[in-house]
Design a protein around this ligand. Sequence first.
Ligand code: NAD
Length: 366
Amino acid sequence: MSVRKILLTGGSGFIGSNLVRHILNHSEDVVVNVDKLTYAGNSESLSDIESNPRYHFEQVDIVDSLAVANLFEKHQPDAVMHLAAESHVDRSIDGPGQFIQTNIVGTFHLLMSAKVLFESLSEDKKQLFRFHHISTDEVYGSLGMQDPAFSESTPYDPHSPYSASKAASDHLARAWVDTYQLPVLVTNCSNNYGPYQFPEKLVPVVILKAISGQSIPVYGKGENVRDWLYVEDHADALYTVLTRGAIGETYNIGGNNERSNLELVKMICNILDDEMPISKNEAIAASDHPDIKRYEDLITFVTDRPGHDLRYAIDATKIRDELGWEPKEGIEGGFRKTVRWYLKNQDWWKRILSGQYRLERQGLDA
Ligand code: NAD
């Protein structure tokens, strides 16, 4: 298979940065990372590969149609992997406007520019071209505890501004196959965890609150169930779909690891009890909770999020049977690796918590 030039949006975010690294490490492909660098984008997540000659960066807002058109004209990619999005459900409840702009309008601009490029290609290049739209299992809505897991034919039923905007973008991507024969692939994945996740999401929040001796907030009674997938497994699945998926198809990607939020938080706390015993953690003695015996003593239940879906679960049979992909990382091992990563890479998240990572790129000192 020939070498591809992949235009990858959102490469400075959590999944994007892991995917850029995966592609550079596992193929000869060239990656053009297109990222606006919003609060969630962090170029420091790619500092180890930024001098790789197969890596290029373009700071572009995908809502800017002219800038997107110029990007396609300049780089003439063989494939697009579209991850750029506003991705935090709580932020979508507080301010849905940017979610509509980036997730729906931005996806529309990318599809339009991809269509223009695709139509200009030779027949050989058309055979290779792909537009891979990366989405979430949240578009399918909420399951009861006994319901079968989401399959690719589960009707869409989104409940938050985030999932509704992602659902809209999935529909746009599929319409471009039927209407314009653009070779689109769609994937819907469950909750990811692993290195470089922005410290506003559940897993890093739990780790960072725990090690600093702060209360660990859990919504409601912690009964909501999610399926968890190690981010490196997601990156592997995405590259598998890009290179071997059938045009026009959707593939669900999941870890086969359903846990309630409370089970998950307790698991992380138990790992921390091993990896950073409370007796050796000086921050605990100086915190508001100096007498705790185990990290799970810090768990505090807080008012539930409105429209909080009870359960998500993924049936990933199709990608296993048709493309031979299965997750490699078990949940215990994956979470242990993740906890160790956050303990070892304190500079990365401390610079985010202090705001330094954004001030420096604006040319200011904190
Ligand atoms: P993230 O919030 O960590 O990263 C998003 C990236 O997109 C950031 O680098 C940000 O700067 C960039 N971006 C945002 N708006 C932009 C714009 N207008 N123009 C250009 N770049 C912009 O998100 P993530 O968790 O890495 O998720 C990546 C994708 O995967 C999203 O599409 C999300 O819906 C999907 N997804 C995420 C999960 C998960 O568990 N995190 C699960 C399934 C699917």
